[in-house]
Design a protein around this ligand. Structure first.
Ligand SMILES: Cc1ncc(COP(=O)(O)O)c(C=O)c1O
Length: 375
């Protein structure tokens, strides 16, 4: 006797996403990303030896050693996993992003791992070096006016049936802020054996705002251990985050552009969560760049300007702790390597052309130069 289809089914429809071939591709895609993760090691936490701050330890989480050279390696992996697991990325999907920098380089890397085309929509004037690095990782670039990058990426995704990874919207939701080796979990594990394992401050810059969102959430999620640890976001010139944070309003300003690559934005990006940022500092570009020149003398290594931004704010906070007679620690990030900035912030000619005088800030930083240098 054949079983009669029950008459209570008022509708029944399947989608292609369930097809065996698509599922097989997804399984292979997850294995590929997993294998890549397994081949990678976690980033180091470096203790910076400075002078004049006894009792206050400063730690730098070195995200420049990721396979694609920046903190964006983590975000790119999260954004692509988010798209895969949300059924938005399949074997024929073109991946698209609005980014002139580190994120596009990292996303191109993962797209190539999965054998998918990747297109980065970049603002006009993006350095040839950055475009070459995206291409070296298998990505194409489309140049448009800075303010049009979001709309152009949407348009390309609609035209090609592709997927707009949209770091500015999805960074805060694609990153697992509870676990999975997110940047906060990794940092705190590496601080466990230090004299002050719960830092007074974690200092980061904001581009998408995803990093500060992940850390701010993790601190609250682990309030049992870190309820006294606060997040300070440092903002460069040519950015609206600080103004929006102070006013509590949407401070978007078309046409402004940060010289400190990767951080600072012309609008309050959706992934920037001011409600979990305890303090913000606006730092001059000359000081941020002076800090990476100072760090180069101290360590022999070049870093990107957003690392200098982080370091300036960290040294100001450390000075406050010292002046207040408080011992403790501060943790911040090395966001990317300096190779990408040989023609910009590591070039005296570029500084001059930009009218950036770093000398007074190098003098200020000199008070922290230890009698002996070690990183
Ligand atoms: C070099 C660099 N530093 C810092 C950041 C800020 O990170 P987030 O986007 O998580 O705010 C970025 C972001 O693009 C970056 O590229």
């Amino acid at each position: 006797m054949t079983s009669r289809e029950p008459d209570f089914i008022l509708g029944d429809h399947s989608r292609a996403s369930g097809e065996p071939s698509r599922r097989a591709w997804l399984r292979q895609a997850m294995r590929t990303i997993d294998a890549d993760f397994n081949r990678s090691s976690d980033t180091h936490l470096q203790k910076l030896t400075v002078g004049g701050l006894d009792g206050v330890d400063i730690y730098l989480k070195d995200e420049s050693i990721h396979p694609t050279g920046s903190l964006k390696h983590r975000l790119a992996r999260s954004l692509i996993l988010y798209g895969l697991c949300s059924g938005r990325i399949g074997p024929e999907t073109t991946l698209i992003e609005a980014s002139s920098g580190s994120t596009a380089v990292s996303e191109a890397y993962f797209a190539r791992l999965l054998g998918l085309p990747f297109v980065a929509v970049v603002p006009e004037g993006t350095s040839a070096r950055k475009i070459a690095e995206i291409a070296r990782n298998g990505g194409q670039t489309v140049e448009v006016a800075a303010g049009d990058i979001y709309a152009k990426a949407e348009e390309l995704a609609a035209e090609s049936g592709g997927y707009y990874l949209d770091q500015f919207t999805n960074a805060e939701r694609a990153t697992d802020w509870r676990a999975n080796n997110n940047i906060a979990e990794s940092l705190f594990q590496q601080l466990e054996s230090e004299p002050h394992p719960a830092p007074e401050w974690i200092v980061v810059g904001a581009g998408t705002g995803g990093t500060s969102a992940t850390i701010g959430r993790y601190l609250r999620y682990r309030a049992d251990c870190f309820c006294d640890t606060k997040v300070c976001v440092a903002d460069p010139e040519g950015s609206v985050f600080y103004d929006g944070y102070v006013s509590g309003e949407d401070a978007s300003q078309a046409g402004v552009r940060s010289r400190i690559e990767g951080v600072g934005r012309p609008r309050m990006e959706p992934s920037f969560l001011p409600q979990i940022v305890d303090r913000m500092m606006k730092i001059s570009d000359a000081a941020s760049i002076a800090a990476v020149w100072w760090l180069k003398d101290l360590t022999g290594r070049r870093f990107g300007p957003s690392t200098g931004l982080n370091l300036c704010a960290s040294l100001v906070l450390a000075g406050e702790m010292k002046a207040g007679g408080r011992e403790g620690s501060i943790a911040t990030l090395i966001c990317d390597g300096g190779e990408r900035y040989e023609d910009t912030c590591h070039s005296a000619a570029w500084l001059e052309a930009q009218g950036l005088d770093i000398a007074p800030h190098v003098d200020w930083l000199a008070q922290f130069t230890p009698t002996f240098a070690r990183l």
